[in-house]
Design a protein around this ligand. Structure first.
Ligand code: AHN
Ligand code: ZN
Length: 332
């Protein structure tokens, strides 16, 4: 092949992610951005993916439910047409437990250099230590909201991405061992690094050498009844433009009462480590309910009530449609 032809071929490959083609053919001019009528997202199917996860039982690392669910998650990404990786690793917790963990990654347009990340932790907390009844403090959490909800929304997005390719690369990342932060008996100094163990591993050992992404969006507890999302402060600090993009997309779809134009708190969550270790701008869609007596994350946080009966399909739909709108608006 001649040098010019090689360069042209490279250009074509670089310029054409998914359905976008680098041709000069005339196309009708249109100013219509994707809206609620053009993005398809089934809250029923997201709900089913959440139920399927909780049916395994609490997905606590080193349990059979965890192992079985990891295989199911990878199989779904694969069935939905993503190039799928399972990143297995061992990690050590605050109490020196050794956990066998799995970050699960599904890539769309895997060769496209312009990429975004959608991520959520998939593990369940081993202790319901915010439960109103101390007898439940050592009971593992079903984690329908705190774990399964973000994964359910992302799986439904993945299913939609298979039907209609995005114009950029998308990596769906299910992060392990977020929620093994200090339990009910802990007396020592609290460190941020006790949380987000799977993310810390991935940020230090990305699934592809030299991996970069334009930004990452973390979904954490995106299915609770009565949820409201404020602009979490680390998200604004590291990724203000991404926060604006997401909150504006939500407003354009009529979801301003859910995505509030107000400031939340600083939350040490998976996005913190994506920002500080991987140096990829990362934001967190996480509830902020300062008036809720049980927790600012909502009444079921780290309790035995975090089960499928407290998941609201309307919240799943608002988050899912907002994210699909953001994804399909993203250009190289
Ligand atoms: C803090 O409580 C500081 N971070 C909690 C992060 C988390 C736990 N997200 C879900 N579970
Ligand atoms: Zn949690």
């Amino acid at each position: 092949m001649k040098k010019a032809a090689i360069i042209l071929t490279i250009l074509f490959v670089v310029l054409s992610c998914g359905g976008r083609k680098a041709t000069t053919a005339k196309v009708p001019v249109t100013t219509t951005a994707p809206t609620a009528t053009t993005v398809e997202f089934s809250a029923d199917s997201a709900f089913r993916y959440i139920k399927k996860q909780t049916d395994f039982g609490p997905r606590v690392p080193n349990t059979e439910a965890h192992l079985k669910c990891s295989a199911w998650l990878a199989s779904r990404l694969s069935v939905f047409g993503a190039q799928t990786y399972i990143q297995g690793f061992e990690t050590e917790t605050f109490d020196k437990s050794k956990l066998q963990c799995y970050n699960i990654i599904g890539s769309y347009n895997p060769d496209c250099p312009t990429r975004i990340i959608l991520c959520s932790h998939w593990d369940s907390r081993p202790w319901a230590d915010n439960d109103s009844d101390p007898a439940n403090w050592k009971t593992p959490v079903d984690a329908a909201n705190d774990g399964a909800s973000g994964v359910g929304v992302i799986l439904e997005i993945a299913r939609q991405l298979q039907k209609k390719a995005p114009g950029i690369g998308v990596d769906c990342i299910f992060l392990d061992a977020e929620d093994w932060g200090p339990g009910p008996d802990f007396k020592g100094n609290h460190l941020d690094t006790y949380w987000g163990l799977g993310t810390q591993y991935w940020a230090k050992n990305p699934h592809k050498e030299g991996y970069r992404a334009r930004y990452a969006i973390l979904l954490d507890m995106v299915g609770g009844k009565g949820a409201q999302f404020a602009r979490e402060k680390y998200s604004v600090m590291y990724g203000k433009q991404v926060v604006d993009k997401v909150w504006n997309a939500a407003a354009s779809l009529g979801y301003s009462s859910l995505f509030k134009q107000s400031d939340g708190g600083y939350i040490t969550d998976d996005h913190y480590f994506i920002n500080t270790i991987a140096r990829i701008p990362a934001i967190d869609i996480v509830p902020y309910l300062p008036q809720c007596p049980q927790s600012c994350f909502g009444p079921t946080w780290h309790t035995t009530q975090d089960n499928i009966s407290n998941i609201d399909k309307n919240v799943l739909e608002a988050v899912g449609k907002t994210l699909l709108t953001v994804i399909y608006n993203e250009k190289q």
